[in-house]
Design a protein around this ligand. Sequence first.
Ligand SMILES: O=C(O)C(=O)C[C@H](O)C(=O)CO
Ligand code: ZN
Length: 276
Amino acid sequence: MRLIQVADAVRYPRMTTEELRAAFLVDGLFNPGQIDLAYIDLDRTVVGSAVPLASPLTLETDPDLRANYFTERREIGILNIGGRGAIHVNGQAHVLAQREALYIGRGNEHISFSSNDAANPAEFYLLSYPAHAVYPVAKVDAASAGSTVLGSPETANHRTIRRLIHLEGARSCQLVMGFTELSPGSVWNTMPPHTHMRRSEVYLYFDLPANERVVHLMGPAHETRHLVVANKQLIISPGWSIHAGVGTASYTFCWGMGGENQVYSDMDPLAIADLL
Ligand SMILES: O=C(O)C(=O)C[C@H](O)C(=O)CO
Ligand SMILES: [Zn+2]
């Protein structure tokens, strides 16, 4: 498992583009026929992907976790961004269509992934944090997701936020997870921006055409930087950083958070005019 060491707010202003990308951007996920995992030293986040082809893939523990099995002390949120597939938890199959999610709580020893059609494989995105208690395995489909429409076409930020794992939905210890769909013609996410020192956040950008990019903004309001992000790349956002972006085309992104407060609306809002 790769280890990613995130930079702090003091070191961050002097970092080069290459250093910023190494500390805050994760790529190389979603390899066909593989499970890929990365451990981030911020809120002990594990991100990963599973793309099963003809044979199922089993989620093994990793020596770095010093755990007998992956969810011995962890919970996982999983969003399928590919074709139809199934997640098998202790022998029970949970079928997930595209954009459906599964919460797996602590204490589930046997987890594997399969695709219905190897030619159009499921692409499971995994986001995991330590868990202190057991919450039940729960599937979340589009109909049961909480949704909020924000922004407007005039400001190119019209979008639908879909909350999958949260206080009023599938319950968890610290994970809060969902995805945001940009409406056709809208390209801005999370603008005006916010921070939340109580939680770090991870953004996985997807459904972005191969030659298009998202210019992701990070940093404290008075010291912003950008990261140019391609499809299926992921951004790590510490509590002190804004997380917003503008695409050269519409896209979708999965957001997920870990920390000590699961209230989605617990944000410290910033005005656009505060940004430097
Ligand atoms: O477009 C948005 O606005 C978002 O999706 C915001 C994220 O959900 C977020 O930052 C939650 O803290
Ligand atoms: Zn946020």
